[in-house]
Design a protein around this ligand. Structure first.
Ligand code: GDG
Length: 470
């Protein structure tokens, strides 16, 4: 079996429980093949006088059979690559927010510099039969940088965020360079059929790529494959977490505290793509339009801090605080606060208990690659008395989770109506919907995702992967 080399912006220690489903799934493969996980160390160092980015410190640590290899970044590289181009341009545009994209010419240079640095440091570690799997928008050009150094291994890429339609993606300065970079991989994986369609439309329209049989394309004198590989969660790992004392304790406490109320839950990173202000406006419309929810419906919204050094994130923080304050001020009673807003990270061990104690989950991003919270909520439910998932039609998960109540998060009145429906849904309907949703989460779990992607990557024809086409 070929050795697996995973490359992502951040590296998680797969032995730590907090690492999450992706790390667990990848670790399973890495453990069996004795692979490498390569990425940024998370450390920003001020370079020594006269120092250059290329001299970044490399750390190597053995985590069981897996070797974790990480690089420090200089302040200049970090700011341009991570804050600037990745999170100031690619993240907003991939989430259809051209208005928030802040393009600086020097950032794209820093982005390229860090991808070149990754390639330079990674290439000597690779063996001829390795399979390399690159993750996400931070590292789109890594494949072509590795090819430029003569790496002929099979290299796959998975984009965790949405890929917008070509006219929108084309607003990114450097879009054709990015897309050309994607064409140097042997397999490009997208979250949804819609994202996959956008990829195909782009390479056909801009590069005159020729469609071959199966999922193959001929472009720039090489063959590549592309497909939708919707990511799932580790259902077994999440079930085990739900059975553990911390989750059970959380469940009991929530059930006791909200025994006569209906609990709604939202769990998100504090990110503008997650539609938190829109969600609060929908909740406000619920209280406004349906007086039966007064003194009854309580929304617990966890917004874990994220990318606080990117400007657009501070604005949303203030907007959220003000919305929560006004809803509680206008509707709250001495013994009932409609919104409990928690701007902290909650321990992962508690999440299944919180999900299970909730009658409704509000997963209403304005745009999301997939959204794993939707799947976690489904898996955590009691099948005999399950809660209802209210899901944005703009989450990648909506392509799979069709039995959820699908909403348009921009329409607060319509979303409020769906929430009200969810709160009133008869037991039999809840069970039926849950059964269908759970089957999807189990069938397309994170192991399916990992196995299928790697199997497809392993069987792609890497015939021209060394062609100097750049
Ligand atoms: C990207 C794409 C895609 C959240 N708050 C807390 C917490 N979380 C955990 C959730 C879930 C994960 O973080 C969030 O996953 P999402 O899928 O919702 O979103 P992103 O972080 O934006 O991830 C996304 C994903 O990649 C995978 O491909 O689905 O579309 O944007 O697991 O439970 N965990 C803890 N405390 C919190 O407060 N412990």
């Amino acid at each position: 079996m070929a050795r697996l080399v995973v490359v992502s912006n951040r590296v998680a220690d797969p032995r730590k429980a907090s690492a999450g489903g992706l790390a667990v799934a990848l670790a399973e493969f890495l453990n069996s093949t004795g692979g490498i996980w390569f990425g940024w160390s998370g450390k920003v160092v001020e370079p020594a006088e006269g120092g250059r980015a290329g001299e970044a410190q490399m750390h190597s640590q053995q985590a069981g059979p897996v070797k974790l290899v990480t690089l420090d970044l200089s302040r200049e590289d970090h700011d341009a690559y991570y804050l600037g181009y990745s999170n100031g341009v690619l993240w907003p545009v991939c989430h259809y927010r051209l208005d928030l994209a802040d393009f600086e010419a020097s950032d794209i240079q820093g982005y390229r510099r860090v991808n070149q640095l990754f390639a330079r440091q990674l290439a000597p570690l690779l063996q001829p039969d390795d399979i390399v799997w690159v993750h996400d928008y931070h590292l789109i050009p890594l494949g072509s940088e590795l090819r430029a150094l003569g790496c002929q291994q099979r290299i796959g890429f998975f984009l965790h965020v949405p890929l917008p339609p070509p006219p929108m993606f084309a607003a990114i300065p450097g879009h054709d360079w990015l897309m050309k970079g994607l064409c140097s991989y042997d397999l490009v994986g997208l979250q949804s059929q819609a994202d996959h369609a956008h990829f195909c439309q782009y390479i056909q329209g801009e590069f005159h790529a020729q469609s071959l049989e199966g999922a193959q394309w001929r472009v720039f004198n090489r063959t590549l494959c592309a497909g939708a590989y919707p990511i799932g969660i580790d259902v077994e790992e999440f079930n085990a977490l739900a059975e553990a004392p911390e989750a059970r304790d959380m469940y009991e406490r929530m059930k006791r505290e909200y025994s006569r109320r209906k609990l709604l839950v939202g769990v998100d990173r504090l990110d503008y793509s997650k539609g938190l202000p829109h969600r609060l406006k929908a909740f406000r419309a619920l209280l406004q339009n349906y007086p039966d929810t007064h003194r009854s419906a309580t929304l617990i919204q966890i917004a874990s801090p994220s990318r606080e050094d990117v400007g657009a994130y501070t604005d949303i923080l203030h907007e959220l605080e003000s919305l929560c304050g006004s809803i509680n001020g206008n509707y709250g009673e001495l013994d009932w606060m409609p919104v409990r807003y928690i701007h902290r990270t909650v321990a992962r061990a508690r999440l299944p208990g919180l999900y299970r104690a909730s009658q409704v989950a509000l997963v209403t991003p304005l745009r999301d690659g997939m959204n794993l919270v939707a799947k976690e909520f489904v898996v955590a439910q009691d099948p005999e008395d399950p809660g209802v998932l209210v899901l944005s039609r703009f989450a990648g998960a909506a392509e799979q989770l069709k039995e959820a109540l699908l909403v348009n998060p921009y329409d607060s009145e319509g979303t409020a109506e769906a929430i009200h429906l969810a709160l009133q849904m008869p037991l039999e309907e809840r069970r039926e919907r849950h059964r269908a949703l759970l089957a999807v989460c189990k069938r397309w779990d994170v192991h399916w995702w990992c196995d299928t992607f790697l199997e497809d990557l392993g069987t792609t024809h890497a015939q021209e992967s060394g062609t100097p086409w750049l």
